[in-house]
Design a protein around this ligand. Sequence first.
Ligand SMILES: CC(C)(COP(=O)(O)OP(=O)(O)OC[C@H]1O[C@@H](n2cnc3c(N)ncnc32)[C@H](O)[C@@H]1OP(=O)(O)O)[C@@H](O)C(=O)NCCC(=O)NCCS
Ligand SMILES: CCCCCCCCCCCC(=O)O
Length: 212
Amino acid sequence: MSEQREKTDDYDHHGGFPVYKAAEDGGGPDFGRLIEALRTVQDLAVSTAPPADVVKRAADQAEALAALLEPHRVPEGAQIGGRCMNLPGRGSLLMLPWTIEKFDDTGVRSTGVFRRFHLGGNGAAHGGTLPLVFDDLFGMITHAYGRPISRTAYLHVNYRSVTPINRKLVIEGQVDRVEGRKTFVSARMVDENGVLVADCEALMLVLLPGQP
Ligand SMILES: CC(C)(COP(=O)(O)OP(=O)(O)OC[C@H]1O[C@@H](n2cnc3c(N)ncnc32)[C@H](O)[C@@H]1OP(=O)(O)O)[C@@H](O)C(=O)NCCC(=O)NCCS
Ligand SMILES: CCCCCCCCCCCC(=O)O
């Protein structure tokens, strides 16, 4: 259980992953606003039925926004999104906008909601969105435990009750055991009343030098 618990920024231990550093100034004063506005646009894009003239104006504005950002593409690791530890979901649009409440070598806890963007059917979150939340949590758990960035070898979700959207949920997990390159992790997702929504276990594998 206590194998390799010292934290390291030595990227010789992170396989072929590029060097990741937190974004300067947490992304600046307006990046959080930008990401939250884009998340709201995502919600609205999949939950509205506007008339054709509004669709045309929205498309024009979306294309104008894309043109504004297009000249500022940078390689992986240099972008702002995903490196803002102060923002929900690290300021990544792929990650759900959940907030970390606990982060240490005994485990990680995060809270948040599945939004309308994550709707599957009949008011429930899409089943494919839960592995995303668990997988990202497992990355944080292995990092908090002092293990190098690892790749997920397998991830098993048990869906125990229907996952509501727009209701606060809590996810918490920890390292269960370590065997050489293998880190076995597990986590549970519960609602505000403690009702089990899902649980998950996974194997995270430390990469070999240069391994993609
Ligand atoms: C996971 C991956 C790194 C493993 O490849 P590898 O480094 O060559 O590792 P190995 O196949 O030698 O496996 C190492 C150990 O893990 C075990 N293992 C690997 N995959 C496993 C799986 N899916 N289930 C159970 N055990 C597994 C092996 O049995 C081996 O155990 P042992 O040392 O006791 O014999 C590789 O298959 C891969 O890159 N897969 C894609 C990962 C990915 O894209 N994940 C999502 C994004 S992070
Ligand atoms: C300081 C920013 C930290 C960002 C770390 C990103 C690590 C990405 C690992 C991706 C693993 C995966 O594909 O599931």
